[in-house]
Ligand binder design. Sequence first.
Ligand code: HEC
Ligand code: HEC
Length: 434
Amino acid sequence: MRRLFVAAAALTIVFACYAAHLSEAPTGFDNKSNGMVDDTTHQADQGKFDEVEQIADGLGPLYNAQSCRECHQNPTSGGASQVSELRVGHNGPHGEFQNPEIPIAHGTEVIKGRSLVNDRAICPSGAFPDSEIQERVPDTENIRTLRMSVNLLGDGFVEAVADQTFLDLSRDQCKASHGKICGQALYVPIVEAPEHTGIGRFGWKDQHASLLSFSGDAYLNEMGITNRLQPDEVTKICNAASEPNDTPGQDGLADVDHFARFIRATKAPARDTQLAQAPQAIKGSGLFDKIGCAACHVAALTTAAAGTKINGGTFTIPDALAAKTFYPYGDFLLHDVGTGDGIVMAMQEHYGRNMYQVQWRNFSPSTFTQTANKMRTAPLWGVRLRPRLMHDGTSLTLRDAIERHRGEASEAEKKFDKLKHQEQEELIQFLKSL
Ligand code: HEC
Ligand code: HEC
């Protein structure tokens, strides 16, 4: 009895300490650190993120851009941008999604194992005048979509949210909506911690849980740069750089480590303070909650406590990211809102060729198959800075984006349609303050 009491008292103290430490995540577009590292370190990490890579650095052979910043820049490094990329595939005999087969080099090689189609290649060139490796979409790959570049600012807080928080969110929203809105929480491999998985929260399909995993993936698939997490080139044709391209510097950190630390130390997107205080936007915020937008576009989340080990024990949540409340206006879960692109994320592309040899805990390919027509709820923080909306960037006004919502979001969308014109404008004013 006494021991129980002591345990309960200890728990209360722990909880009280946690609650007392709860504070708001810093916001801003000022290129300063959120406190995880000093500003000089943060700006040096940003330098790596901004760096333009050349063929001698390992760029390509197939790639999309020469630096992370090229696609993640608005209004500053780490933001989103208008750059979109191409994903394709086709359905197999039983209606299941299959990755594309893309012939290059006059059909002498076929690129497999990824849905991404790279828009650029390093040859033909002076050194390889007769090598033609540009990827193009074959007629047979009739499932085709564009995917917009997304915001990374504040993602360190997203990474520091406990898996359980997302599992609870999914269960609670499903219960509250009587089964109409049930976001899918997907266990995905942590590439830097073989056998370990986490709840995916990054990418349009929640394909990663870890910012380091995503950095390794992006370095290979967007820029063609091999690294310790993704050591295999997509093709070796006209590849002359030494492998792996990304090796540690004097500080022991490779580029992928700098990218991950840069993103982790960014501040969350700041709101438009003037608009946020306007009576119209304040009313709009109430309507956003009332008609059910907030079921998926969840206003606030809180990160786990300092010292919590995540990403299979490879990352310990530091004070600067711990017990912080932030306002993403998203649940980071996958939903079918009628905009599905039919694509299931490719294992080899995101987790490497090695992944097939590893037994990942809680990993189930059938849960991936279920994601074909789902998208992660687009977090609305910073949405005022993105003129092209939704995963494909084809909705050019907030009203158009809202009106495309169907499926799990049908009820909320119908309620939006039924609002008076003035109320709809108030809701849109609120979105413009985010
Ligand atoms: C050619 C454009 C392009 C380049 C270059 C690029 N990205 Fe991205 N990035 C994207 C797109 C598009 C997405 C969404 C991908 C998806 O889910 O299909 C994305 C998503 C991300 C995400 C997930 C963020 C979230 O909240 O969902 C991270 C992290 C990321 N990129 C990091 C990087 C890093 C680090 C680099 C440099 C190594 C990089 N990116 C280079 C276009 C790019
Ligand atoms: C069932 C969950 C759900 C509900 C309810 C919901 N949304 Fe969404 N929302 C999503 C998903 C998923 C996307 C991304 C869809 C895509 O890209 O194809 C999205 C995208 C958006 C976007 C585009 C953001 C961007 O950066 O591209 C806006 C704006 C938006 N929602 C506003 C609203 C409003 C306003 C409501 C209420 C009327 C609402 N949503 C209700 C899930 C939901």
